[in-house]
Design a protein around this ligand. Structure first.
Ligand code: FEO
Ligand code: CA
Ligand code: CA
Ligand code: CA
Length: 592
């Protein structure tokens, strides 16, 4: 019976077996190509990668550390070329113990970095834009590409929208409150119909520290965002703006969504405050029936919320200038999931409901700077760590990856978060009015929802629930990122399976409709210590790009003695976070 049910999936690849290994794996008939690695040149003047004698200047011209969001922007602009384009990639954070020789073996190494190492870490954060091309079936960066760029923790970034220029965004270096330096902890992301990158600042709290976290005027706000006295990095010791006691407002300039034009390396990135301040995992769009653009977002924290932003005006496909500041004007909503399968989107608008001066919200800027507190007052539904939230372009259903929440107590269980001590996570499917037609009302303030799957090993982990034909290899743990191929099938990347289940993270595919709904199958198995991010298809579905983040980040693993030397397996090289392309040998659509 199992085999008969498995064949109800539309996916044609032979699935992998779960394992944990130094090397990664794809199904028979597929191949893995490494496109670009940490330390590879991005800017024309970049020196060759020398991990034992790294400098901040070299790192600022090379591909950064770690990589989460990956997106493909075809060249020329506006085309659907699947052989030539720009890869936009986030560099989320630094694993100091794997980046530098002699740093010890655990994450507290970050606290020991020297001033120069801190500058290298800052240069390893941010983003890369890299021109790539497929020739004779192989993907490779274009040499000395003019459109390449690096964005780091020191790149000037404009602040726009309702909170720009607010007193709480002003610092000694920027009395205008309108120009930040850098973008930090950029996790997943998205794009816009007008062809810009959307990148999201997630765990920005980790970089700041100081006594003001306990005793300062903004201590309650810091606490709600997880900003504590002891930073996770050495930066507050070496760079004044990360020290809360010197610049108490600097963290208010992080936690935003950032937009920039990948096709113009001179374009200045912009922090769009209208989309709220929280630990933004990602931000993906769907065009609503009336042409307004809706951006779905998760706040990745235990018991935090699912959000969406609806632009005030439709986007204009004819006039790109008309879309330039579309993200400065619109309505931010937070989700409430009802037990009966209905849902509401609650507006975060100053003056409405509890969002008034009586609760400390003097203006919309206050609502946005303290988005989390505003959403608390609206009684949004506390979720099990919302990661990617993304619409299926085929039917308009919207999927929220809820990665896990080991702290949910039995009395806190509800239908949308159905399991206590939820270590494997689950996926909620939201159904806006008009879903399944060509007029999906993504802007609506009401909708329906259901559970797509509950992760973990079926029959072993309590509550795990998939299609009944899911095989012993097809179950997953800790869904994090997702995308859809052009047949509307969901591809789910995981982060944390090694901790919960002692199997590698991976990429899984499933139908969303029909006989194979929620029948997940394992397509890619990551090297040990890594999570799988991205995923991103070329417009022809013949390549899927994955960001393989923190390979070798295992207990006891260090630069000198790593658990894997993926992807080079060169004794002279540490493990290197990289972007890979998976293609079918001889060509053809992925998953077919
Ligand atoms: Fe950077 Fe929510 O993972
Ligand atoms: Ca993530
Ligand atoms: Ca995650
Ligand atoms: Ca992650």
């Amino acid at each position: 019976a199992l085999a008969a049910e498995a064949s109800s999936s539309s996916l044609g690849f032979k699935e992998l077996s779960h394992q944990l290994a130094e090397r990664d794996a794809v199904p028979e008939g597929y191949e893995i190509q490494t496109v670009i690695r940490w330390g590879d040149p991005v800017l024309p003047d970049a020196p060759a990668f020398a991990p034992r004698s790294q400098s901040a200047a070299a790192q600022a011209a090379q591909f950064g550390y770690n990589n989460d969001y990956v997106d493909f922007f075809p060249l020329p602009r506006g085309s659907r070329n699947a052989d030539h384009g720009l890869l936009a990639v986030n560099h989320e954070y630094a694993d100091t113990q794997l980046m530098f020789p002699d740093m010890g073996e655990d994450e507290t190494a970050r606290l020991k970095s020297t001033p120069e190492q801190a500058r290298i870490e800052m240069a390893a954060h941010g983003m890369s834009v890299v021109e790539i091309r497929r020739e004779n079936g192989r993907w490779a960066p274009v040499k000395a590409a003019r459109l390449n760029r690096r964005i780091t923790a020191e790149t000037p970034i404009r602040i726009s929208g309702p909170a720009a220029g607010h007193d709480r965004l002003k610092t000694g270096a920027d009395p205008s409150g309108r120009l930040a330096l850098g973008t930090l902890n950029n996790c997943a992301g998205g794009n816009t119909p007008w062809g810009t990158v959307i990148t999201c600042e997630e765990n920005f709290n980790q970089y700041f520290g100081g006594a003001a976290a306990k005793s300062g005027a903004q201590a309650a706000m810091y606490k709600r965002y997880g900003i504590v006295e002891q930073a996770s990095y050495s930066w507050p010791r070496h760079v004044d703006r990360f020290n809360l006691d010197k610049e108490p407002n600097e963290p208010n300039r992080f936690g935003w969504v950032v937009e920039f034009d990948p096709y113009d390396p001179q374009s200045q990135p912009v922090k769009r405050t209208a989309l709220g301040r929280f630990k933004h995992e990602g931000c993906t769009h769907a065009v609503s029936a009336d042409g307004r653009v809706v951006f779905y977002m998760g706040d990745d924290e235990r018991f935090d919320y699912v959000y969406k932003f609806v632009t005030a005006r439709p986007w204009n496909p004819q006039d790109s200038a008309a879309n330039r500041d579309l993200l400065d004007d619109g309505t931010l909503y937070v989700a409430r999931f009802h037990e009966d399968g209905r849902m509401e989107w609650l507006p975060l608008v100053h003056g409405q409901g509890p969002l008034t001066a009586a609760n400390g919200f003097i203006s919309q800027a206050d609502v946005l700077i303290e988005t989390r507190r505003a959403a608390d007052l609206l009684k949004a539904t506390p979720m099990d760590r919302p990661e990617d939230v993304q619409a299926n372009p085929l039917n308009g259903h919207v999927y929220a990856m809820l990665t896990n929440n080991s702290r949910r107590k039995p009395e806190q269980v509800d239908r949308a978060n159905p399991r206590p001590a939820n270590k494997h996570g689950h996926i909620v499917e939201m159904i806006p009015p008009g879903a399944g037609t060509d007029k999906v009302d993504h802007a609506a303030t009401e909708g329906r929802w259901e559970i797509f799957l509950v992760a973990g090993r079926p029959g072993v982990d309590p509550g795990a629930s998939y299609h009944q034909g899911t095989s012993a290899e097809g179950w997953l743990s800790c869904p994090d990122n997702c995308t859809f191929d052009s047949k509307g099938r969901i591809w789910i990347a995981t982060d944390g399976a090694q901790n919960t289940s002692e199997v590698a993270d991976g990429l899984y595919a499933a139908d969303t409709d029909g006989q194979g709904r929620a029948l997940t199958r394992l397509f890619y198995q990551a090297p040990t210590g890594a999570e799988v991010c991205g995923p991103c298809f070329t417009p022809d579905d013949e390549t899927v790009f994955l960001a393989i983040q923190h390979p070798g980040d295992d207990k006891g693993s260090s630069f000198a003695n790593p658990s894997t030397r993926w992807p080079d397996f060169d004794p002279a090289m540490p493990p290197r976070p990289s972007i890979i392309a998976i293609v079918k040998r001889g060509g053809g659509k992925i998953g077919a």
